[in-house]
Write a protein that binds this ligand. Structure first.
Ligand SMILES: [Zn+2]
Length: 310
């Protein structure tokens, strides 16, 4: 018996679910909508291969972070069809109150519940998913809430979450091991996306050049950044693939530093393993950028050696 024929032996309800996931989402019995990319990836893993359950991302693939995002009329139509709305929370979805007002029956899952949030620039920093350990907590939260809201599939959500958490934990350990012996731990970034990541892996963010993503620094800010890079001797500055690297390249040209791309996982392929592959690329980038012994670290090390007592 081939696979297709064996599908026909399944109960009709399961077959309908399989069809809805392979041939569109209109027949799904439970429609889970996610606010943006990292939350979509987490939810996709928790709810994958469950007949009759569809995961749909609300915002367009290239939207990136949702800072200042305004709901469009199309978004409201999508939300009106959703049963559950999974969000990052921590202030990332400023439109959330409006969404709940417009679609009062919507059940909301806040992925960042219970996470100790950091403040940067005087406000709560929502980029918790960029830390692998905190993203694991988000996956646990999403799975626990989906199991509560959809008890018929509770075991499947838990089983999927456990399998994905094992992969995330392997990634987390590989990143700790890979970043243990890098030569310098100071980084400069271009968006407030990395404080949780830096805290997890013991990096120090010396400066954030553009606090609002995509906003170009003015001439004074650019000059200040150049002075800072020269003063600190930092050799690697990290732009993000989602935004223009123009300012980063200007600073690099003036200081001799190199521009690398560090990805905060806000855009990418809509594939279940994308968080893992993007973070593995980040690990390779960081090892290359921070692993090399720079002339400054060599000088510092030599100085330290020479002042050691005989
Ligand atoms: Zn952001």
């Amino acid at each position: 018996m081939n696979t297709w024929l064996s599908f026909q032996c399944l109960p009709a309800i399961v077959a309908a679910g399989l069809l809805s996931l392979t041939g569109g989402t209109s027949a799904a019995e439970l429609r889970i909508t996610t606010s943006f990319y990292p939350i979509y990836l987490a939810t996709l893993n928790v709810a994958r291969d469950i007949p009759g359950v569809a995961v749909i991302n609300l915002t367009k693939p290239l939207t990136g972070c949702l800072h200042d995002y305004q709901l469009t009329p199309d978004d409201l139509v999508s939300l009106s069809k959703a049963d559950i709305f999974v969000v990052n929370g921590a202030g990332m979805e400023a439109f959330l109150d409006k969404a709940v007002q417009q679609v009062p029956r919507l059940k909301v899952i806040q992925a960042s519940t219970g996470i100790a949030l950091l403040s940067t620039g005087g406000s709560v920093n929502p980029h918790a998913w960029v830390s692998v350990a905190l993203h694991m907590k988000q996956v646990e939260n999403i799975a626990a809430e989906l199991a509560r809201l959809d008890p018929d599939h509770a075991d499947l959500y838990r089983k999927n979450a456990a399998a994905y958490l094992t992969k995330l934990d392997t990634l987390r350990m590989a990143m700790h091991a890979g970043l243990q012996n890098i030569k310098t731990r100071e980084i400069i970034t271009f968006h407030e996306a990395f404080p949780y990541f830096a805290e997890e892996f013991g990096l120090t963010i010396v400066a954030v050049i553009e606090r609002d993503p995509g906003s170009e620094p003015n001439a004074r800010e650019l000059a200040q950044a150049i002075t800072l890079v020269k003063k600190t001797g930092i050799k690697a500055i990290f732009a993000e693939p989602q935004y223009s690297a123009k300012a980063a390249e200007t600073i690099a040209r003036e200081t001799g530093a190199t521009v690398y791309r560090l990805d905060p996982v806000v855009t990418g392929p809509m594939k279940a393993d994308a968080y893992l592959t993007i973070m593995q690329t980040n690990l390779r980038t960081l090892k290359e950028a921070l692993g090399r012994q720079t002339p400054d670290t060599r000088r510092r090390n030599a100085k330290q050696t020479s002042t050691c007592p005989p």
